[in-house]
Design a protein around this ligand. Structure first.
Ligand SMILES: [Fe+2]
Ligand SMILES: [Fe+2]
Length: 238
């Protein structure tokens, strides 16, 4: 299995946008939490989350993303189970989601972007201010983060076999526990932290909540993505 440092280097080689790197990291965080919850091996779940959109900048449309990225991942030695999971998140008819990992990736992908977008409209721009009820309300607000497909969030939870509120709460807690690394700690944080961490899988969620950046330059771009006309996951669909 490719180690975390190599995977992050691969992500950064093809993804210059810090907000898109952080999107991969947020999905990674949620998938690690779900791997633990389900008693699954963490490394392939973490890798799948981190790398699922690694080729989005070079292949900004379906089906090139994520199909053309597959050859790169194979050449770099990424396991088949991870590659198939990544391929399955696009909804191609010939690659249905079959495994729990594949369902979990789909379930977490849009939701992480939505939770990040909700945190940005809080006074402190902090994920710690976000709660499940508020998320459900924002999901009904069609003008908010229009690019995030609500059906994908609802269907993703159902596919995974987790009640929607439980799923939202689960991902919220995972992201809150990792807020500094994900740059969503808001004004409670101080100082600066780069997304370019090469932590081991094991260290990611256990790390102390170090102070996080307030500059929000990169996150503002993500907010624009989340509320604008293109979708992080599969921009070609919008
Ligand atoms: Fe995608
Ligand atoms: Fe994504």
């Amino acid at each position: 299995m490719m180690d975390r440092a190599a995977a992050f280097t691969l992500l950064c080689e093809f993804t210059q946008s810090e907000s898109l790197r952080r999107h991969g990291m947020a999905v990674e965080t949620c998938l690690i939490a779900y791997a633990r919850h389900f008693g699954e091996e963490e490394a392939p779940w973490a890798l799948t989350g981190l790398l699922h959109d690694f080729d989005w900048e070079i292949h900004p449309q379906l089906p090139d993303h994520p199909r053309k990225g597959q050859a790169i991942l194979a050449e770099r030695g990424v396991d088949e189970v991870v590659r198939r999971a990544i391929l399955s998140h696009a909804g191609f008819e010939d690659v249905p989601r079959l495994t729990r990992l594949e369902h979990a990736l789909f379930a977490c992908d849009e939701l992480t972007g939505f939770l990040t977008a909700v945190s940005y409209v809080k006074p402190s721009r902090s994920i710690h201010e976000v709660d499940v009820l508020g998320v459900r309300k924002k999901m009904k607000d069609k003008a908010f983060a229009r690019a995030v497909n609500r059906d994908d969030i609802v269907n993703g939870a159902a596919e995974l076999g987790v009640a929607l509120d439980e799923h939202i709460g689960f991902c919220l807690r995972a992201m809150q526990a990792d807020a500094a690394r994900l740059g969503i700690q808001g004004s409670a944080g101080a100082g600066k932290e780069s997304a370019c961490t090469t932590d081991s899988y094991e260290g990611i969620l256990r790390k102390d909540l170090r102070s996080s950046t307030d500059s929000l330059g990169g996150f503002g771009r993500f907010a624009g993505r989340a509320t604008g006309s293109s979708c992080v996951r599969c921009p070609g669909r919008n």
